[in-house]
Design a protein around this ligand. Structure first.
Ligand SMILES: *[C@@H]1O[C@H](CO)[C@@H](O)[C@H](O)[C@H]1NC(C)=O
Length: 413
C-alpha cells in the first residue's frame, strides 16, 4: 500500500511543525510519501521561531517547505499541484488563521475566513479524502463541567467570532471532506505561543526571585483545559484517517454537529462566502483536550512548583487597585520582565537571543474559561492520548528542549 501525500497550510508558529515531526519523524519510518508545508514565513533564514528540530526535518527528502502568501487566491490553487512524480494530495491539514488576539475584524475576515474558505473550496474541487481544520480555544464556556460538541459555546471576541464563522464557511462546502478538531490551550516542545508557554516563563522568573507568582483572578473554578502539541498532531492524523474511507455524508451522520450561528446577521450580506444566518450547517466536530482537567489554579501550581515557588492570588484590595489602573498590564509585567532579562543575561552559556519572553499580553492576563470534553474523539476515532497529563514531566520536557537549543537560561545554582 502506498503512503498518503499530505498538504499542510499555516501553523508554522503554532502546531504544524509538531504534525510534520509526527509524520516524518527524525528517527523512524515516515507515515507519508510526501508532505508539503505552506506558510507565509521564510524558514531559511527563519522569520518566525521554528525551534531546533524543524531545520533538521527540512533535510528529509519527504518534506518540502513553500513560502507563500495565502491571501492571494491563485497561490492556493498552485500549492495543490504535487511535485513531479507524486500523486495528488490525499489529506489537507488547515492550521491557517490569524492568532493574534488584538487584530481587527477586517484582518480576521481576510486572513482567517477567506484564506481557509479558499483552501477548502480548492480541496473540495480536488476531491481530497480528508480536510482537517484546527480550531483554537477562542471560546468562553461556562465554568461548570466539560462541554461536549453539541453544546452552544460562545466565541470569544473578534478573533473568536471570525474563527467560528470560518467553521460555518467550511461546513457550507458540501463536497469537502471536512473534520473540525477543536483543541484546548496548546503547549509542547518548541511552542512559544499561548498562555501556557507564557506561564512557564513567568513562573521561572518568580522561582528565580524566590517569590510567589500571583494571579488577578480568584481561585474559583476557572477551567483552562490544555493539550500537548503531540496530541494535536496525533489527533489531526486520527481525524484524517477516520474521514478518508467515509466521505462527508457518512461522517456527518456519524459525528456531524450543527455549527451554530454566532455573528451579527447583517454581516452575512457583506462578507464574501459567509453563509446565511438561517442556514443549518453540519460538520463532523471533535474536541481535543488532555485528561488533566486543567484550571487556572492547577496550571499555576504545576508550573510554579516545578520552578520551586508557589501560586497565589492577589487579595481583594490589591486586585481592586490593579484593575482600576489603565496601565495594569504594564504594572504586572514590571514585576517579572526585568527578572527574565536578568536571567537571560547571566545565563551560562550565554543566550544571544531568545523567542521566549516574560511579557504577558492582555490576552494572557485576561481570564479565560474553556472546558471541553474529549470523550467523543476518543470513542469515535479510537485515538489514545500520548500526553494525558500536564505535569512536571511534560513541563520538564519542554524546558529541557529550550535549554538544549540555547533559548532558555541556564543559571549557576
Ligand atoms: C499578500 O498579498 C496581499 C494581497 O495581494 C497583500 O495585500 C499583502 O501585502 C501580501 N503580504 C505580503 C507579506 O507580501
Amino acid at each position: 500500500m502506498s503512503l498518503p501525500n499530505v498538504l499542510v497550510f499555516g501553523g508554522l508558529n503554532t502546531c504544524s511543525r509538531a504534525l510534520v515531526g509526527f509524520l516524518v519523524p527524525l528517527d523512524g519510518e515516515p507515515l507519508v510519501s510526501h508532505v508539503r508545508v505552506v506558510d507565509k514565513f521564510s524558514v531559511e533564514p527563519p522569520t518566525t521561531y521554528i525551534g531546533a528540530e524543524f531545520p533538521k526535518l527540512l533535510k528529509k527528502p519527504e518534506l518540502e517547505y513553500r513560502q507563500a502568501n495565502l491571501t492571494v487566491p491563485t497561490t492556493i490553487a498552485s500549492m495543490f499541484d504535487p511535485p513531479e512524480g507524486q500523486s495528488a494530495y490525499d489529506y489537507v491539514f488547515d492550521f491557517t488563521g490569524e492568532i493574534q488576539f488584538d487584530r481587527t475584524e477586517m484582518i480576521q475576515i481576510d486572513r482567517t475566513c477567506q484564506v481557509s474558505r479558499r483552501i477548502g473550496l480548492e480541496a473540495a474541487k480536488r476531491k481530497v479524502k480528508s480536510y482537517i481544520r484546527l480550531q483554537h480555544p477562542f471560546y468562553e464556556t461556562s465554568t461548570k463541567g466539560s462541554h461536549n460538541e453539541k453544546e452552544d459555546i460562545k466565541p470569544d471576541g473578534v478573533a473568536g467570532t471570525w474563527w467560528h464563522e470560518t467553521l460555518r464557511m467550511l461546513a457550507a462546502i458540501e463536497d469537502l471532506n471536512l473534520v473540525i478538531l477543536r483543541v484546548g490551550f496548546v503547549y509542547g516542545p518548541y511552542t512559544n505561543w499561548g498562555p501556557i508557554a507564557s506561564a512557564m516563563t513567568v513562573a521561572s522568573v518568580y522561582g528565580h526571585m524566590k517569590k510567589p507568582m500571583k494571579s488577578m483572578w480568584s481561585p474559583g473554578k476557572n477551567p483552562t483545559h490544555s493539550v500537548h502539541t503531540e496530541d494535536v498532531a496525533g489527533g489531526m492524523w486520527a481525524c484524517a484517517q477516520w474521514m478518508a474511507p467515509l466521505g462527508r455524508k457518512e461522517a456527518d451522520s456519524l459525528a456531524g454537529e450543527i455549527i451554530i450561528f454566532h455573528n451579527e446577521k447583517s454581516k452575512a450580506g457583506e462578507v464574501e462566502g459567509m453563509p446565511s444566518p438561517d442556514k443549518k450547517l453540519i460538520a463532523p466536530l471533535f474536541n481535543l483536550v488532555d485528561d488533566s482537567n486543567s484550571t487556572l489554579l492547577s496550571v499555576g501550581q504545576t508550573v510554579t512548583s516545578f520552578f520551586g515557588t508557589s501560586f497565589e492570588f492577589f487579595n481583594l484590595v490589591e486586585n481592586t487597585v490593579l484593575k482600576l489602573k489603565s496601565d495594569a498590564v504594564e504594572e504586572i509585567n514590571e514585576h517579572h520582565v526585568g527578572g527574565w532579562i536578568e536571567m537571560i543575561s547571566t545565563s551560562n552559556p550565554p543566550i544571544p537571543n531568545t523567542p521566549l519572553s516574560a511579557y504577558m499580553d492582555k490576552y494572557a492576563l485576561e481570564k479565560h474559561v474553556v472546558a471541553f470534553s474529549n470523550t467523543k474523539l476518543l470513542e469515535v476515532t479510537g485515538y489514545k492520548l500520548k500526553k494525558p497529563q500536564l505535569n512536571h514531566d511534560t513541563v520538564k520536557e519542554v524546558v529541557d528542549k529550550w535549554k538544549e537549543e540555547g533559548t532558555w537560561p541556564i543559571l549557576d545554582a
